[in-house]
Design a protein around this ligand. Structure first.
Ligand SMILES: [Zn+2]
Length: 226
């Protein structure tokens, strides 16, 4: 899995600070599990956060020297790293890795959806669309969209984070395939179209209700209560 669409810098900084709303942080965790590049960016964000925290401490000669050394080490580390890190699990044989199992769901989703894709109990939501809403967290939702399906044009009240698990879709931002995350804010209005062949399965966290354009789409919205 080699993702092409990643978490925004601001999402990573909020995640590192523990300030991301829970549903978004669960989906971000699902992306991080399969994205060595974002794991590296998260470590950098944590390093920057710890330097900023140090800078808010009362000044002393010893503290100044330590902060300066820490900052230098961090900048040297950032300068020396290639943009794409190696997966942490690269050396483990495939059969020993649960995520190599095609049915395996990301670990951050297990408390809400279980561990197995095959065991999911889908509910009909709209023609060509099935879903499962996390019981304890209504704004966390798993979606299965039929191949070749065009979803209504919609934008987002605040932010939406969607991790693609199987299949793929296209929208104005490009092709989103397994491992990719769509990190969208309220500015984005999009109309995903799933690829032919296999259903697109993704997990989405919404920070606010979707806003559909057009009277038909608004009718659907009332019907599906998204
Ligand atoms: Zn990533």
């Amino acid at each position: 899995m080699n993702p092409h669409h990643h978490l925004h810098e601001s999402t990573l900084m909020s995640y590192a600070a523990g300030a991301l709303p829970a549903p978004l942080s669960i989906v971000a965790g699902a992306h991080l599990e399969h994205c060595p590049q974002c794991r590296q960016r998260l470590r950098d964000a944590e390093a920057i956060g710890s330097v900023l925290l140090e800078q808010t401490q009362p000044a002393s000669a010893e503290g100044d020297a330590r902060r300066s050394a820490l900052r230098e080490a961090m900048l040297a580390q950032l300068a020396s790293e290639s943009p794409v890190g190696l997966p942490m699990v690269a050396s483990v044989p495939q059969r020993e890795r649960p995520e190599a199992d095609p049915d395996h769901l990301p670990v951050s989703l297990h408390p809400y959806f279980g561990a197995s894709l095959a065991a999911l109990r889908w509910r009909w939501m709209a023609p060509g669309v099935h879903c499962i809403r996390a019981e304890q967290m209504p704004s966390l939702i798993m979606l299965k969209i039929a191949p070749g399906k065009c979803l209504p044009m919609h934008s987002h009240g605040r932010s939406e984070l969607t991790q693609i698990l199987r299949g793929s879709y296209n929208d104005a931002l490009g092709l989103f395939a397994p491992g990719d995350v769509a990190d969208l804010d309220e500015e984005v209005e999009h109309q995903p179209v799933t690829a032919p062949g296999v259903p697109c399965i993704c997990v989405s966290a919404l920070d606010a209700p979707l806003v559909f354009s057009g009277w038909l789409a608004r009718k659907i919205q009332r019907f599906v209560k998204l």
